[in-house]
Design a protein around this ligand. Sequence first.
Ligand SMILES: *Cc1c(COP(=O)(O)O)cnc(C)c1O
Length: 443
Amino acid sequence: MDIDEAALSLPVVDDLRSLRETTWFNENVRTAGEGLQRVGLALADVEDAEARLRRFAPLLAVAFPETAPSKGLIESDVIPLPRMQAKLEQTSPIAGSLWLKKDSHLPVSGSIKARGGIYEVLAHAEKLALGSGLITLADDYGALLSPSFRRLFGRHRIAVGSTGNLGLSIGIMSARLGFHATVHMSADARQWKKDRLRAHGVEVIEYQQDYGVAVEQGRKAAASDPSCFFIDDENSRTLFLGYAVAGLRLRKQLREKGITVDAAHPLFVYLPCGVGGGPGGVAFGLKLAFGDHVHCFFAEPTHSPCMLLGMSTGLHDAICVQDIGLDNKTAADGLAVGRASGFVGRAMEQLIDGCYTLSDQSMYGLLAMLDRTEGIRLEPSALAGMSGPQRVTASRAYHERHRLTADQMSRSTHLVWATGGGMVPENEMQRYLACADPGANAL
Ligand SMILES: *Cc1c(COP(=O)(O)O)cnc(C)c1O
């Protein structure tokens, strides 16, 4: 594919090419009212997704007993990080207070993918179940765990391409309902994730190449089998809506914690970004919930800045990180994506306030710092959001563009979205922690 020369000579592209940690603020950002128009989805779609998750809650509470305390809702806590904030501020200040959204500890699969991935499997299962005539919208969906529905689902396949966590979520949920699940895993996927899936009876196909190839091969294999439903991480509106539910839930959660979000108390949210569906869907939900009072930023590894590259050049999925000489190799396996979703980049192009990159070593450093200060352990990808609050605090230009005063900044909330890590095995975690020490060997 020929790439526009002018796009390739932008200064920001130069920064990305040379693997510098880069912060890019989006000059095309519009008000929530305007920006939401171009997404092609609306509040009613997100409410529909929330209602579907509520119909499935009784089933989930039985299928995954760890969700019983939340009555079958898959949701995570929001906690303050006072000690981490103090530690970070030894290098550069954060105006406002630092909080963590613990999607890393979501039940079933321990990552943000427990939102979108599980939701899309449930939406597909519901369609098949309603189509069979064996159940109606008003029935208790617990019945879907019965042998007759297992037989129905057993005649169907579900496939997906993944760097690990999406496969884990979709595989576990699909297998639990009785579907034949096939996960096409990129070279980045950690061994323990593949092992865990196989233990659940999921077929795992491994590739020596990156995420783009795994998705492409999965799509191809599924296309030749009419009983196979392919979950398309690059384009799926269903996945996106599963993630978006987080926005309305967060509004309620912050209210319960006594955290105000309004013009005088802005909310900044930092979302690690791979292909874009997870952070894009969550950001969409956040804009619906908080309007112009929320500012959303995407965080990516220096070796895989596909969304920053696509948005800053306006080329979206017509350009990939390999086109500017990057290798898409990163310890942040959840973010090892070379080409962003064209759907998400375009849909969110007026709603995302900025993107930035950070090195693997920065993520490891933050991983160890969070462990030492707060006793919270995450996977490397999930730390990408952690350097955002300092960058936003430091940008006078950004404050001026949004007319953010020092007062507003000092009353703001910075929410770092921890996207994964709750299920990382202890030996793997020890290796991550060792990598924070510059003397140690890289993974
Ligand atoms: C998948 C993933 C992300 C990013 O989600 P995308 O939909 O790929 O952008 C971030 N963090 C972790 C841990 C993930 O697994």
